[in-house]
Design a protein around this ligand. Structure first.
Ligand SMILES: Cc1cc2nc3c(=O)[nH]c(=O)nc-3n(C[C@H](O)[C@H](O)[C@H](O)COP(=O)(O)O)c2cc1C
Length: 221
């Protein structure tokens, strides 16, 4: 039994009339999933294109609802949390989570951050206990595999790379992933999109190959 949650974050579509406008991150994620599904059935598949259909931003009332005990919540508060409940249920059910994301302004798109704000929720995905000292937050889920697929216009965001200090996309996703219950992370990055040169083509080809190999590896586990 495999349940897969697939979250895409680019505002660009997988296919466009002009193929130069196709989302790189979405297409690599699709390649990973196709490679996986060729070898192993996906029993349940949840898909969220948060780039095109962003979750709403949280509000003060939303926070108020989160901190109201379940048996005291009003119907309106339940309604306010309905999307969050659904998104969290998808995470809880998933064995594998695939997040594809472009880099926008050196970090994740606001749309993807909105999804994280909806799902990293007290007593649902983490709990909070001051008796734990300086680290009171503890994840409530575990054992999940995360596949992170990113596309950037520039390059050198990896450890030791020339833009490592400007890299707020993958490091942020790594930090947040533990609150999704992630135990293992696989990362695939395509770089150089803005240079449109041979380095971009090589990086893209390499990302597609890695996605195919990883799809095969994870389907055998
Ligand atoms: C609003 C916006 C901001 C961007 N900011 C950055 C950036 O800070 N660093 C970078 O390397 N590329 C940046 N890019 C380039 C994208 O990361 C690149 O085009 C990537 O391929 C987009 O992902 P997609 O092909 O899946 O849509 C930006 C693109 C857009 C549209």
């Amino acid at each position: 039994m495999t349940t897969l949650l697939h979250v895409d974050a680019s505002v660009r579509a997988v296919k466009n009339d002009n193929p130069d406008h196709d989302s790189i991150s979405k297409n690599i994620a699709k390649h990973f999933i196709d490679s996986f599904a060729k070898r192993q059935a996906i029993d349940e598949y949840f898909y969220r294109d948060v780039g095109v259909n962003p979750p709403s931003f949280i509000t003060q009332d939303w926070i108020g609802a989160v901190f109201t005990p379940d048996d005291k919540k009003t119907a309106e508060q339940h309604q306010l949390l309905a999307l969050s409940d659904t998104l969290i249920a998808e995470i809880a059910a998933a064995d594998i989570i695939v997040i594809s994301s472009p880099m926008y302004n050196y970090g994740m798109p606001a749309q993807l951050k909105a999804w994280f704000d909806q799902v990293i929720r007290i007593n649902q995905t983490f709990d909070f206990d001051l008796s734990r000292g300086d680290f009171p937050l503890q994840p409530l889920l575990d054992g999940k595999i995360l596949v992170v697929i990113t596309s950037t216009g520039e390059f050198g965001f990896e450890q030791g790379g020339i833009r490592e200090h400007m890299s707020h996309l993958v490091p942020h996703l790594r930090t947040l992933s533990k609150y999704l219950g992630v135990s293992t992370i696989h990362e695939i990055a395509s770089e150089y999109q803005e240079f449109a040169d041979v380095r971009h083509q090589l990086s893209l080809d390499n990302a597609y190959s890695q996605a195919a190999v990883l799809g095969g590896q994870l389907s055998n586990q």
